[in-house]
Design a binder for this molecule. Structure first.
Ligand SMILES: [Zn+2]
Length: 180
């Protein structure tokens, strides 16, 4: 799996473009659609899914542009729906769901806390964590629908999944490797 990072919006959100066997999955297109579109065209391939780790504008701001341009389905956890104003999902996700990308799959891990429908996505040797886990800490829990208690539970759930050597791709900041 090729994983490309495009930093978007003044909040410097990470949009990730995953590629396997000519298929692309776009994760968290938070803004600057023209830059994301340009990078997608550089990588080439067919966009098969657009996924948001949660419904915050700095992770979803360019969903409509990417969706209408590539006619690809937008996916988000079902618990985010009450917070979504103008955007409609094409597929609602729950814990354990799989999203195919070429020869590989991403497994959806429900990690509420930052928002009720925050998800992480587990691939082969890596995990995309949105605003749940960063290199130096975890996401804020004081936004609407946030919960410190749920966050701690989610972090404990992630800890069981993460193994040394795995790469974490957070929603902001640099990717990092899981230490022992
Ligand atoms: Zn957020």
């Amino acid at each position: 799996m090729e994983i490309h990072r495009v930093t978007v919006t003044p909040l410097r959100s990470n949009c990730f473009i995953l590629k396997s066997e000519g298929e692309l999955v776009v994760i968290d297109p938070g803004g600057d659609p023209e830059r994301i579109l340009r990078r997608i065209d550089e990588f080439g391939g067919r966009v098969v899914a657009i996924v948001a780790t949660h419904y915050h504008f700095d992770h979803t701001g360019a969903v409509e542009e990417i969706r209408s341009h590539y006619k690809a389905p937008f996916m988000i956890h079902e618990n985010e729906v009450p917070f979504m104003k103008d955007t409609k999902a094409d597929r609602l996700l729950i814990d354990g769901d799989e999203i195919a990308c070429g020869a590989e799959v991403l497994q959806v891990i429900h990690t509420p806390g930052h928002t009720p429908g925050s998800i992480c996505m587990l691939g082969d040797g890596f995990v995309i964590t949105g605003d749940t886990l960063f290199q130096h800490g975890y996401g804020r829990t004081d936004f609407p629908g946030g919960s410190e208690e749920e966050m701690l539970h989610s972090l404990a759930k992630l800890e069981k999944i993460l193994v040394a050597g795995m790469t974490v791709y957070p929603g902001h900041g640099l990717p990092f490797e899981v230490k022992v």
